[in-house]
Design a protein around this ligand. Structure first.
Ligand code: GLY
Length: 255
């Protein structure tokens, strides 16, 4: 059960963030509107929101999930793999200090982005990507295993994905969403796999929050599959965040 979320709306520098998508320049006003709709959806999921001020010094700071990994036992502050994003962590860490009695940190030379971490109950899949290096992944695995969680590392450097959670999401009930082709990258034994075809890959980054599932709008095959499985989905327009390589999970820290 999640109760809280921390978010940061996109700022005036949003379009200067990192991106590999070739989808054009984002419209800031529309991004702010889409972010507001996202906040409303989280409230529908019964979360209490803390919305931070926009932070123009850090164009990618709306993708706040990358700054921390939150468990029921601690907050682990990351060291984002993109140098332009490393300054995002300080203010989030200060806020998390008000909510968590145990704060840990990923130390350089380890790097780690929250978008590479997928929690599935008491298990964590940890992506090794062009953002999260092996050192960072192993530091996190050690912290989580000390807290009693199991972990396994999934190397996604050979596929065209920014973060692990660009292709995987945990739905609860031992079910995983997985983009076609990813099943060979890790050990997913014991999970029922809900496959996502490559043409709907963006929609794989969905977020289960309490009784609802946030889903990017415009991906009818996955939406139909999830409805048939009985999930109550909340479709959200994400066009402006997609232009900046961001997905639904990136826009909040949930705990
Ligand atoms: N634009 C999000 C990221 O690349 O980190």
């Amino acid at each position: 059960m999640f109760r809280n979320a921390i978010l940061r709306p996109p700022s005036s520098s949003f379009s200067q963030g990192l991106t590999t998508a070739d989808l054009g320049i984002p419209d800031l006003a529309l991004a702010v509107e889409q972010h507001r709709a996202y906040c409303k959806a989280l409230e529908q999921c019964c979360l209490t929101l803390t919305v931070l001020e926009p932070e123009p010094r850090y164009p990618d700071s709306t993708f706040i999930e990358d700054t921390a990994v939150l468990t029921s036992r601690s907050a682990i502050l990351t060291n984002p793999g993109a140098p332009s994003r490393q300054g995002e962590v300080t203010s989030v860490g200060q806020l998390l200090g008000q909510h968590f009695s145990s704060i840990k940190t990923i130390q350089p030379p380890g790097t780690l982005d929250g978008g590479d971490i997928c929690q599935a109950g008491d298990h964590f899949f940890i992506g090794i990507s062009h953002r999260t290096n092996e050192d960072g992944a192993r530091q996190l695995a050690a912290i989580l295993e000390e807290e009693g969680y199991s972990t396994n590392l999934i190397d996604i450097r050979g596929i065209d994905m920014i973060h692990l959670k660009s292709g995987i999401a945990y739905l609860g009930d031992s079910r995983l969403i997985l983009v076609a082709g990813m099943e060979k990258l890790g050990d997913f034994a014991g999970y029922e796999i809900v496959p996502v075809e490559v043409d709907e890959q963006y929609a794989a980054n969905c977020v289960r929050i309490n009784d609802y599932l946030l889903l990017a709008a415009g991906y009818p095959k996955l939406a139909a599959r999830l409805s048939a499985l009985g999930y109550k989905t909340i479709p959200l327009e994400m066009s402006e965040f997609q232009k900046m390589d961001g997905g639904l999970s990136c826009l909040s820290l949930r705990f």
